[in-house]
Design a protein around this ligand. Structure first.
Ligand code: UDP
Length: 303
């Protein structure tokens, strides 16, 4: 039996509805910051929190309390039930990294006053409370640091780069590259990430992490835009908008720990992941009018 607990603040009803027909799935609409009144829970994937900068910066106080108070609620539930907890942490704990690629030993470069800090510092604190519950109460814990991930079922208005570019291309709009587009990310296909999370959850208690989960295929944002244009056979233009404050310059995980401990490496490259993702969006995009939200209208330029 699987229980999904979600307040739908950044999720999608469509994803939950698709599961409701299964007798093995129950849905509880709830904010993770409230007491979680459940019993007999074997394992908890703690994924609660918007991951898109657009979404998590919209209500920063909610974001940081979701990560801190929400994680404590999850850990209290785990204590009562003797559950194993896997925390979905993030590459954002490395901030704008000064080490490249980023290994788990790197402590990061995070500005606590930045507009991204509600998420970055929230996840860093979530890691801390998870470790403290483990040390103080013996809670069975695992920490995954998830790098950029994409795939079908993202919201059209999610605001992250891959969904924005695909929706813009399908709607015959210009693709909005923030800054000069030379900043890099490494994009992991969702099926690979789920495979890694499931493997991690079933490792022995001695394997707690943190473990980086992501792909090592690093690409500039402008090259990503060109790939999306090619795959959608679009002749739309690329336009440059202001780079949001605190936008990390380079990001690529060192995944040697995941390879060694989980026997895992991503198997889907970006071209093939995009070719599975674009048709899902194409079925949902309404060509006239736009649902894409962009950060550039909300934040002062960095240069
Ligand atoms: N980005 C962009 N255009 C967009 C959305 C994002 O150029 O429409 C850039 C953004 O500035 C960042 C990268 O794409 O450098 C990844 O952004 P995203 O919001 O997907 O995730 P992040 O890794 O920043 O959390």
């Amino acid at each position: 039996m699987v229980i999904g607990l979600d307040d739908q603040s950044s999720g999608s009803e469509e994803s939950v509805t698709a599961l409701l027909c299964s007798p093995r799935f129950t849905y509880i609409p709830q904010d993770v910051r409230e007491h979680i009144n459940l019993t007999n829970i074997a394992s908890i994937f703690h994924l609660a929190c918007p991951a898109s900068p657009l979404q998590y910066q919209r209500d920063p106080v909610r974001t940081i309390t979701t990560n801190v108070v929400g994680t404590i609620r999850v850990l209290e539930l785990a204590r009562r039930c003797g559950s194993r907890v896997l925390l979905a942490s993030t590459s954002e704990v490395y901030g704008d990294p000064l080490q490249h690629p980023q290994s788990e030993a790197y402590c990061g470069n995070v500005d606590p006053l930045s507009i991204r800090a509600c998420y970055d510092e929230g996840k860093r604190c979530a890691e801390t409370v998870v470790m403290d519950y483990h040390r103080q109460y013996g809670t069975d814990i695992k920490i995954a640091r998830i790098f950029n991930t994409y795939g079908p079922r993202m919201r059209l208005d999610d605001g992250r780069v891959i969904s924005n570019f695909i929706v813009q291309a399908l709607e015959d709009r210009d693709l909005t590259v923030y800054g000069d587009g030379q900043q890099t990310r490494s994009f992991c296909y969702i099926a690979d990430l789920i495979d890694a999370l499931l493997r991690f959850m079933t490792t022995p208690p001695s394997i707690q992490g943190p473990i980086n989960l992501g792909t090592t295929d690093e690409i500039t944002v402008v090259a990503l835009a060109q790939m999306v244009l090619a795959q959608t056979q679009s002749s739309n233009r690329i336009v440059h908008k202001a780079l949001p404050q605190g936008d990390p310059v380079r990001r690529r995980p060192d995944i040697s720990r995941a390879q060694a401990l989980l026997g895992w490496s991503p198997t889907t490259n970006l071209a093939s992941g995009l070719s599975r993702t674009i048709p899902w969006f194409a079925e949902r995009v309404i060509p006239a009018g736009s649902s894409v939200s962009c950060l550039e209208d909300r934040h002062a330029p960095r240069h």
